[in-house]
Write a protein of this length. Structure first.
Length: 435
């Protein structure tokens, strides 16, 4: 191989590294693996553990058969070992002896082959080649290197190189995105496949399943959106990434991004209850008495929270103050409704909340949304009772009940009292005839 060819190889490797964004060592390892496969196909045999060393500077390669030295097998197994080597298979393990009670001993040793002639060599055979070698050492034998590979070997090398580089690229993408699980990334809507939406993250497409979508979002192809990475797993075709637009952690991450006091830990998020695309309640708290946690999140003229709302496409956000006292926390969680009284059973995690008649619809919310989010946020089962009905005495059924898992039971609306119909007017009696 002349200088020009060596330069071409070196330039090609550097180009692969730049285009695929993979390490130089990974490409060299791939080339060595490909050359080993090509050599084994045309010049080697299946009992050789071939390793190739490729020198990019000279363009030459050295081929070695590497085996680990092991203890000699018992005489009774030598014939079986030779037969296994001839067939190109490892010598199976000897079945373990049964214990006194007739059971076989547990362990993985029985599953391991007794001797593998491809990667191992017996001590007596190894010392015929190198007399000072010992058990556990590697016997390295250099094999003749052909002047040039045949057409089939070159094609094999090309295919293996292509495959290995693709695998190395996939592994790099996987490692990069695996480290970003639980974070927000910006992607581009690629296309729809049924109810699924594919999001282009640059070097790989992520899957946005229906349960992680926001109901009223259109997901127009070419649109840039922020998504939350739920999981990154290895698949047969490369990394499989599942992202979300409805996850509560999106709100948490946006608050950490947009609000410095939360980013530096001065203000803490104690809980988030979200109904994606509609409304979210966020409980915040701080140890510093000189800082208003709610004001810090809202910002001057609402600038900070409006930025978050814009990212969530207009989703309403209620920022409330966390309190270790469950009565105070429950009252805050039910805002904007005003609460008359709260009876809390901390052991059962239940609360009976009394609200004025004119605050009842606010406390429950449309479709029970307000009380449902309050129950999710506080972790309490909440029963809403009207103070008007409480004043009437007797047993009062709750107007609405919500559990932390999101279930809401609302009392049916009372039908208006029927107005009794007026009796029909009687027809006038004819006047009596006059005399």
């Amino acid at each position: 191989m002349d200088v020009e060819q060596r330069s071409a190889i070196s330039a090609a490797i550097k180009q692969i590294c730049e285009e695929k964004n993979i390490s130089y060592d990974a490409v060299i390892e791939t080339i060595e693996s490909a050359l080993g496969a090509a050599y084994r196909k045309d010049y080697g045999n299946r009992m050789q553990n071939i390793k190739v060393k490729f020198d990019v500077e000279t363009g030459k390669m050295t081929v070695h058969d590497i085996k680990t030295v092991v203890e000699d097998l018992p005489p009774e197994l030598q014939e079986a070992a030779q037969a296994a080597a001839a067939e190109g298979v490892p010598l199976p393990a000897t079945p373990p002896a049964a214990t006194a009670d007739g059971t076989l001993p547990a362990g993985d040793e029985a599953d391991k082959p007794r001797f593998n002639p491809k990667t191992e060599i017996q001590l007596s055979d190894a010392r015929k080649i190198k007399d000072d070698i010992n058990v556990g050492e590697e016997l390295v034998q250099e094999l003749p290197t052909p002047g040039a590979f045949g057409r089939m070997a070159a094609q094999t090398a090309k295919q293996v190189i292509t495959q290995k580089i693709r695998e190395a690229e996939r592994e790099m993408v996987y490692n990069e995105l695996k480290g970003r699980e639980g974070s927000i990334v910006v992607g581009t809507v690629q296309r729809r496949e049924g109810r699924m939406v594919l999001i282009d993250l640059g070097r790989v497409a992520a899957l946005l399943p229906p349960e992680e979508q926001i109901e009223r979002e259109p997901y127009i192809p070419g649109e840039r959106i922020k998504v939350y990475i739920i999981s990154v797993t290895k698949g047969t075709r490369g990394p499989e990434i599942v992202v979300s637009r409805s996850h509560a952690q999106i709100v948490d991450t946006l608050f950490h991004t947009e609000i410095p006091e939360i980013a530096n830990g001065t203000v803490q998020i104690k809980g988030i209850a979200r109904e994606a695309g509609s409304r979210t309640k966020v409980a915040v708290w701080t140890e510093d008495e000189n800082i208003d946690p709610i004001g810090s999140c809202i910002g001057q003229r609402g600038a900070r929270v409006q930025t978050i709302i814009a990212e969530l496409r207009g989703e309403k956000i209620d920022i409330i103050q966390y309190n270790a006292n469950p009565n105070e926390f429950l009252a805050n969680a039910l805002s904007p409704a005003k609460v008359t009284s709260i009876q809390v059973n901390e052991e059962a995690r239940t609360a009976v909340v009394t609200v004025p008649e004119d605050q009842l619809s606010l406390a429950i919310g449309r479709g029970g949304q307000n009380v449902r989010l309050a129950a999710k946020l506080t972790g309490y089962k909440i029963d809403i009772i009207s103070s008007g009905k409480l004043a009437e005495g007797g047993t009062v059924a709750p107007e609405a009940s919500a559990t932390p898992d999101g279930a809401v039971d609302q009392a049916p609306a009372e039908a208006p009292a029927a107005v009794p119909a007026e009796p029909a007017a009687k027809p006038e009696e004819p006047a009596a005839p006059t005399a």
